[in-house]
Design a protein around this ligand. Structure first.
Ligand code: NAD
Length: 251
């Protein structure tokens, strides 16, 4: 068994579904104990059950990443039970829908920036003092190919994911002296509940054939393998980087 993360504690946000659940399953298989954050208890508990059924160690941590009090309280409780976080995967996100800018209402803009950008900042603030104290850690953020201008009518989502790339670079520089490495993954089109609405459209399948050189969408596990690499000692000299499992849609 390949367990480069043995003895490490990983916390994955938005891990009650889709890509976050796949991160937990793979990080646990590679030896980490995982703290499974989500807003929704049911999804988080299902992820915990799956990890445990496969022989791994997991704990649910229910918190809204967009609320500092919620994050501080839940992260502290989880760390007290399982141990200090070595690897943080900022994965929680919400779908932006596809609307021209003039049709996006203010509440939707606020929600997108709160969950994606503020959420990543609050979660990172919550684990940073411990990482600094132990002089080491990994932070892996979740961007999207959308940040590179691949899609029309996605202003709020693209703005949030662009900010995530900027935060990744800013934090890589800011935290390097504590050996805290900060990278991002920018997935292409992944088959998850978030993309279900899009993929129900027959135009979408045609677009995948035309625009993705590998001519298919990714499975969540294909994003998790990149994150597991970034979390591992194999990535000891990587910081400030954005890796793109996207089937070649952006080169
Ligand atoms: P998903 O909807 O399946 O899962 C997202 C999870 O985040 C859900 O369980 C949800 O409850 C949780 N969440 C939402 N708001 C939260 C909050 N405030 N606090 C805590 N948890 C919260 O989505 P997914 O497709 O697995 O996406 C995961 C990440 O990958 C997101 O950041 C998304 O933007 C990104 N991404 C997805 C795709 C794709 O094609 N699916 C492509 C590129 C990037």
């Amino acid at each position: 068994m390949y367990t480069p993360l043995a003895g490490k504690i990983a916390l994955v946000t938005g891990a009650g579904s889709g890509i976050g659940r796949a991160h937990c399953e793979l990080l646990a298989a590679r030896g980490a104990a995982v703290i499974v954050n989500d807003l929704h208890e049911d999804g988080a508990q299902e992820t915990v059950a799956r990890v445990r059924a496969a022989g791994g160690q997991a704990l649910a941590c229910i918190a809204d990443v967009a609320r500092s009090a919620s994050v501080a309280q839940a992260f502290a409780a989880a760390q007290q039970q399982l141990g200090a976080v070595d690897i943080l995967v900022n994965n929680a996100g919400i779908p932006g829908g596809m609307k021209p800018l003039e049709d996006i209402d203010e509440a939707a803009i606020d929600a997108m920036l709160a969950v994606t950008v503020k959420g990543a900042m609050l979660c990172t603030q919550a684990v940073l003092p411990g990482m600094k104290q132990r002089r080491g850690g990994r932070i892996i953020n979740t961007a999207s190919i959308t940040a590179y201008g691949t899609h029309r009518n996605v202003s709020a989502y693209a703005a949030a994911k662009g900010a995530i790339i900027s935060l990744t670079r800013a934090w890589a520089r800011e935290f390097a002296e504590w050996n805290i490495l900060v990278n991002a993954v920018a997935p292409g089109r992944v088959q998850t509940p978030m993309s279900a609405e899009l993929s129900a459209n027959p135009e979408y399948a045609r677009e995948v054939q035309l625009r993705v050189p590998l001519a298919r969408r990714a499975q969540p596990a294909e994003i998790a393998s990149v994150v597991a690499f970034l979390a591992s000692p194999d990535a000891d000299y990587m910081t400030g980087q954005v890796l793109g499992p996207n089937g070649g849609e952006v080169m």
